[in-house]
Design a protein around this ligand. Sequence first.
Ligand code: FAD
Length: 342
Amino acid sequence: MTKTTHITDVAVIGAGPVGLFAVFECGMLRLKCHVIDALDVIGGQCSALYPEKPIYDIPAHPDISAAQLVDNLQQQAEPFDPTYHLGQRVENLTLCKNGRFDIETSAGTSINAGTVIIAAGVGAFGPNRPPLDGIENYEDKSVFYFIKNREQFRGKRVVIAGGGDSAIDWTLSLSEIAEHVSLVHRRPKFRAAPENVAKVHALAESGTIDLVVPYQLHQLTGQNGQLESVVVSTLAGEEKSIHADVLLPFYGLAMNLGPIADWGLHLENKHITVDQATCSTSTPGIYAIGDIATYPSKLKLILTGFAEAAHTAHAIRAQLFPDEVFHFEYSTTQGLPATAQG
Ligand code: FAD
């Protein structure tokens, strides 16, 4: 059977918030996009790590949940009919003789694109797993690294482990609906927003939650993937057992650029260096935006990535259509391009 190769103007690697907005910006400039993501849902970190959390610094949205932001971005891109290839990682990116690019994914999808936008965030990300014997038997049954729906923990005995924002925020959130929450951390000091840390201490003082410090995870007990207790220990080896239905270890993300590191792009501390004006990388025709792109004074924020998406779309239009006289227009003047109106 002959393999189909999808032909497109732009291949967007990463369907996080920034990749999704790039589809809209490219669409406004009549550039067709194919979007590939290793996760089986769109939304990147917003969907995988904090879908129910409110975001406060998206312009014109005083308060919007991460999941709602992703829904809105998808809707905004929808008129341009992007093709999504989800649940597959881009493995190979090759520059063709004619200056276009061939992309191959882990699922065998093949895309030939005029240009490539890498919006791959922190790379193909995965959680840092605690080194506990047999933890894999409990994963996705009673040990979870990401929370997609907090309701699944209603009435449960929850053990949360970690000392950063995720551990603190989910302790506050789940203390409202869980039967009981224990927060385990190896030292008394937390690396999280001070006002939220203060709220956690207040909950511990009132007996609403248990603060289990300075302890670290030591052992899991249970059957058939269902946790019964989490054993924790101090550095001195003093152990105690906490009855638990669920363990949520929040030890941060393992940042793994994966195959992107092998594409010959100029990198700095696992980020792709770009020219801030266009977000072009060291390889002409490949652009990088969002968390993965770096330049002096870069702010890793969604709104920064949105602006980068606009700059990049304009640079790509100029690259793919060098002879065209391009008139910049506001969206209010231009409306949605005819192609997007069906
Ligand atoms: P990501 O969201 O990381 O998406 C990148 C996507 O690329 C991923 O889905 C990944 O699977 C995919 N990918 C990577 N490599 C490949 C590959 N080889 N093939 C296929 N797919 C690949 N920012 C704010 O502005 N305001 C906030 O309030 C805020 N709060 C946050 C709270 C938390 C708990 C966290 C973790 C982050 C927060 N952020 C916030 C940061 C924000 O989420 C990121 O800046 C944003 O997600 C970056 O978007 P992105 O599209 O660049 O990358």
